[in-house]
Design a protein around this ligand. Structure first.
Ligand code: GLU
Length: 303
């Protein structure tokens, strides 16, 4: 595969779309990000990195962290998790409460906020420090020993996270929280606030593209669990835009409201795109164009 050619095609297709969309403003720290930035990086399973644009500018990982937190819980062969969260697309907003109420505090999947809070809570119960477990994983897989939580974003999330607080207390009311709500939320908010670059995200995504093998060659996840993560990314990884993403791109993809996108081509590569402006569904507008071009140029769609 001529990845260099693919990245050049991506960069040229995306050019007129840079700056499109609206930055997330419900988290004040994200509202300040300059929307006119864009980066794309492809990390191949044979260790090469192909880059275009602002690939070394850090941004908030946000919901993309949910895929890595899930990987950590599954790596512990934790069977309790699937009693606490289901594996169905929700068809509702990522921070919806109505479905959660109707379904007795059991979230539809681990990638909507309710499900991700359950995963963070479970990881905290399992390890005693969910953020540190994630920090160690991300540092090792990105190769950046200084990768860290952006404390300004974390503080901003904590201050404005009442919707997540409502979700968590509702789940606690149904007996679906293991730790005190505020403690679990503190880990969830900090997990979302890790600062990461496109180049680092693509490298970290190889964990999933390699079916659970870590950068050092050791196995974190059973192959089957890595497959479960890609299935969930495909069904539920891009909010209520997952259907359209399957149609246009056809790859397991996870997005975040920081404007990041991570897609994997199993056995071949991981691609990260970042453009802070979001489309109506909350996925990076320019990033969507990038992934569509990427999938078409490399004939990568799994469908
Ligand atoms: N920290 C964000 C929230 O809980 C994550 C949302 C996202 O990226 O989808 O609202």
């Amino acid at each position: 595969m001529d990845y260099q050619h693919v990245i050049e095609q991506v960069m040229s297709a995306v050019q007129p779309h840079i700056g499109e969309g609206a930055v997330a403003d419900y988290i004040p720290g994200l509202a300040k990000v300059d929307p006119n930035q864009f980066g794309c990086a492809i990390a191949s399973v044979d260790g090469q990195l192909y880059t275009g644009g602002d690939v070394d500018v850090p941004f908030a990982i946000e919901s993309i962290s949910k895929a890595f937190a899930l990987a950590l819980v599954l790596s512990r062969k934790d069977t309790e998790l699937w009693k606490r969260v289901r594996r169905e697309p929700s068809g509702m907003a990522f921070n919806d409460l109505i479905e959660l109420q109707l379904e007795n505090g059991i979230p539809r999947n681990p990638f909507i906020n309710a499900g991700a809070i359950v995963v963070a809570d479970q990881l905290l119960a399992d390890t005693g420090d969910a953020v540190n477990a994630l920090r160690e994983l991300l540092r090792a897989e990105t190769g950046n020993p200084a990768l860290e939580v952006d404390s300004v974003i974390a503080e901003s999330e904590l201050r404005t996270g009442d919707r997540n607080r409502a979700i968590s207390y509702l789940m606690a009311g149904f007996g679906n929280m293991r730790n005190p709500v505020e403690l679990a939320l503190d880990h969830y908010f900090r997990q979302c606030s890790f600062s990461i670059t496109c180049a680092e995200l693509a490298k970290a995504g190889l964990l999933i593209a390699r079916h659970g093998l870590r950068a050092d060659g050791s196995r974190l996840l059973a192959r089957e669990d890595a497959r479960h993560i890609t299935a969930l990314m495909t069904m539920c990884g891009t909010y209520d835009g997952a259907g359209e993403y399957a149609y246009r791109i056809g790859l397991p993809t996870k997005s975040g409201v920081g404007g990041g996108l991570l897609a994997v081509v199993p056995d071949q590569c991981a691609v990260a795109a970042w453009g802070p402006g979001l489309d109506a569904k909350g996925n990076s507008a320019a990033g969507g164009v990038a992934l569509e071009t990427f999938a078409r140029a490399g004939k990568f769609s799994v469908f």
